[in-house]
Design a protein. Structure first.
Length: 94
């Protein structure tokens, strides 16, 4: 199944929500699953992006739906990248 990297940055509203309800992170992961994707890995990061998520989705349309749904809440801005394993990448250029 295709893999996508979701980079997210919290808005001020998102920071306040997270501070008052840290469990919201796992709730969002369940929301992602309800939209048809699955969070495989998740990291909190320092710097330009607050979170890095590795997500599995059946197709680009599904991950687009996830990105739009998360962004529409106003608590985060999401940047989505399709990802290939190194083996897939090498096979594609061979």
């Amino acid at each position: 199944m295709p893999i996508y990297i979701l980079l997210s940055r919290l808005s001020q509203q998102g920071v306040q929500t997270l501070q008052s309800n840290p469990g919201r992170l796992t709730e969002v992961n369940r929301d992602v699953e309800e939209l048809g994707a699955k969070v495989l890995h998740q990291w909190a990061t320092l710097g330009e992006w607050d979170f890095v998520n590795v997500v599995e989705a059946p197709d680009t349309a599904t991950v687009a739906k996830v990105s739009v749904a998360l962004g529409a809440r106003g608590s985060t801005r999401v940047h989505t990248l399709p990802a290939l394993s190194i083996d897939e990448f090498v096979a594609s250029i061979s």
